[in-house]
Design a protein around this ligand. Structure first.
Ligand code: ATR
Length: 274
């Protein structure tokens, strides 16, 4: 039986094993899919052991995405520009391929599941860490008119904008100026504040008429941002559950050569989390 896993720290509450088993049932594929909790210092060794023991593929989540990118032998374009990977795949001769499917998953959730067109949107990206790097280019590829990157630490926002290298479309503002930078059509929360149990203090003036607000996390980690968005008048306020299922489907397609139907899996998880 082919072996798969997700590496993270913490990882106990990961939905990835459930999602991959549900996809596998659609094709009557048998597989094992474990959640492996490992601290950063032990990550590379744990990954090597998993693949040496016959592992075929692994998802990687916080805080290991940059380390996963670094240890791979081959890297996709999306992983290279983000500098991080959420998928590792066994190649021949013990080599590993790194992919990053986060940004594709976000855009597919918005455009396909929710039927939204991002073209022409003014977009505000909150945060400039790993999660923000994973989605910034995909938002531009999806046709947002401008991408304004705001990070508590200004240098990290500048670094992301520099890496994108399209100053006319992607630029930064200061976190301390959030109340004075106007309103946006699309606001993506890519900070880790929610995961850390902290509420962002965001001015309602950021939320434009008919705005779309999206938190890359899901469950209780997303609730503070989404209730702020709703109170501020957002037309849509989505958590990242749909993105999670879409990114998992990309990994599944890489590993099994077949794309699962994400909608029933998404709906079942949504009912459970309701
Ligand atoms: P991830 O991989 O989840 O993106 P990360 O790389 O540590 O995690 O990035 C977290 C982002 O959330 C950073 O931009 C961080 O800002 P700092 O660089 O200033 O730490 C941002 N962040 C975390 N907590 C925050 C808070 N309370 N307010 C504003 N930004 C916050």
């Amino acid at each position: 039986v082919a072996q798969f896993a997700v590496f993270g720290h913490p990882i106990a509450h990961s939905l990835s094993p459930t999602i991959h088993q549900a996809f596998a049932r659609q094709f009557e594929i048998e597989l094992t899919y474990r959640a492996i909790d490992v601290e950063p210092a032990g990550f590379a060794a744990a990954v090597r052991r998993f693949f040496a023991d016959g592992g075929r593929g692994a998802n990687v989540t916080l805080p290991h995405k940059a380390a996963a990118f670094a240890l791979a032998d081959e890297r996709s374009v999306a992983a290279t520009r983000a500098g991080s990977a959420n998928v590792l795949t066994a190649l021949v001769a013990g080599r590993l391929a790194a992919h990053n499917t986060d940004g594709d998953g976000l855009v597919r959730d918005l455009t396909e599941r929710h039927g939204l067109d991002l073209r022409g949107h003014t977009a505000l990206l909150l945060g400039a860490g790993g999660a923000a790097h994973g989605v910034a280019w995909n938002l531009l590829d999806a046709g947002v008119a401008t991408l304004t990157i705001v990070s508590r630490t200004a240098t990290s926002a500048d670094a992301l904008a520099d890496a994108i290298g399209e100053p006319a479309r992607a630029h930064t503002r200061y976190w301390s100026d959030l109340a004075g930078i106007g309103s946006y059509d699309l606001i993506v929360n890519a900070t880790s504040a929610g995961v850390l149990g902290v509420s962002l203090q965001l001015p309602p003036s950021l939320v434009g008429a008919r705005a779309l607000c999206y938190d890359l996390s899901y469950g209780t980690a997303a609730s503070s941002f989404l209730s702020w968005a709703t109170t501020a008048g957002a037309r849509y306020a989505f958590d990242g559950l749909g993105m999670l299922v879409e990114t998992a489907a990309d990994a599944f397609a890489l590993w099994h050569g077949r794309r699962p139907d994400t909608e029933p899996v998404y709906q079942a998880l949504r009912r459970q989390s309701a």
